[in-house]
Design a protein around this ligand. Sequence first.
Ligand code: NAD
Ligand code: UGA
Length: 363
Amino acid sequence: MKILVLGAGGFIGCHLTHRLLQERHAVTAVDLDMDKIADSLNDPNLSFLQQDIRSAEWDLDKRVQDADLVIDLIAYANPGLYLIMPLEVFRLNFTENLKIAEACVRHGKRLIQFSTCEVYGRTAASLKNANLADPEDPIHATFSEDTSEFILGPVSKHRWIYSCAKQLLERVLHAYGLEMGFNYTIVRPFNFIGPKIDFLLHEKQGIPRVFSFFMDALLNGTQMKLVDGGTNRRCYTYIEDGIECTNRIVENPGGVCDRQILNIGSPQNEISICRMAELMREIFAEKFRDLAVRLPDIVSVTGEEFYGKGYDDSNRRIPDIAKVRTLLNWEPRTGIREILETTMRYYVSEYRRNGGSRVPATA
Ligand code: NAD
Ligand code: UGA
């Protein structure tokens, strides 16, 4: 197949492109950045375009016309950005992505659109008026694609603009499917994690996701900061498991994914952020002893201190994966300890490769 991968230079995009090339597809990869995809650039089946999709020279229609399948991963996907530039998050994640979807509608191309588990928002159990016999029962935090309600915070908590932009895009794709027979598949990933997830703070300015904050703290001896005590929980999905599932969606046997919304996640990997900090510290001490001269302190900060005004958070989210199990016979394989160890090993080896030495602890 000829596949157009938009956002191929990002975390999920670089792993997906690598896999699609292994599967012998011809890939046109588009991104602003090429660092993460550097090891695929010599593949004769890859054509890489370093391109801002917002620029006037970007010939969206031609690229879509040339493809058999379009996969759109472009977004601002780090929560820190939702707080700093909510309008840009809306413009890129909704307006620009809508143009891609509408080009697919115009040219009759199938689209795999990456959305997010953030559309589900918070759990009913987290509401002040929740009156549940056992609020800890995972059933109250398990989200299903076609039946769960979406619970978001007020407009003043602008963290939710990411969730809303993605939700609106999903609703428009659904409407194009209903009214014009548009063929899309919407993917809702639940916290994919693995090598290349994000940069480390000592390498680059910016606001990565939590793994990179913690990894950076371990390497540099600075504090591991728990936002609001780190009590919120996530289900982490190893990138290779997520890519295996995505590849089955690309293959789409018998059209089972046509006009479907699909969760991809690892329900068994639920962990609080606090426990994740402790586990990463334990693994670091056990597996990378020479670097673990002094382990960082784990401290608590408020969401507002860490991210600024307008921060809010998903308290808990567990994927219901019955649909991908049934349609694609997919099962996540990698447990949380193995995920963290493998991802940490990647960052430690990069750190050593770049001549890193232990910075004395200041915390
Ligand atoms: P990422 O930030 O690593 O990748 C996004 C890529 O888009 C980046 O490489 C970036 O350079 C590119 N991009 C941004 N603006 C662009 C522009 N104007 N022109 C061209 N390229 C541009 O994010 P990711 O973690 O790989 O996520 C990929 C998709 O999956 C996103 O849509 C995200 O919302 C969604 N998602 C990811 C996760 C996850 O666990 N990582 C979870 C839920 C949803
Ligand atoms: C992410 C992003 O929104 C998207 O990439 C994506 O849509 C989604 O999750 C996903 O991966 O499924 P989130 O899980 O909140 O959102 O991202 P992180 O920045 O990794 O934060 C996870 C938790 O760690 C939050 O509770 C945050 O407050 C906390 N955190 C973050 C800390 O306690 N300390 C830190 O140093 C950083």
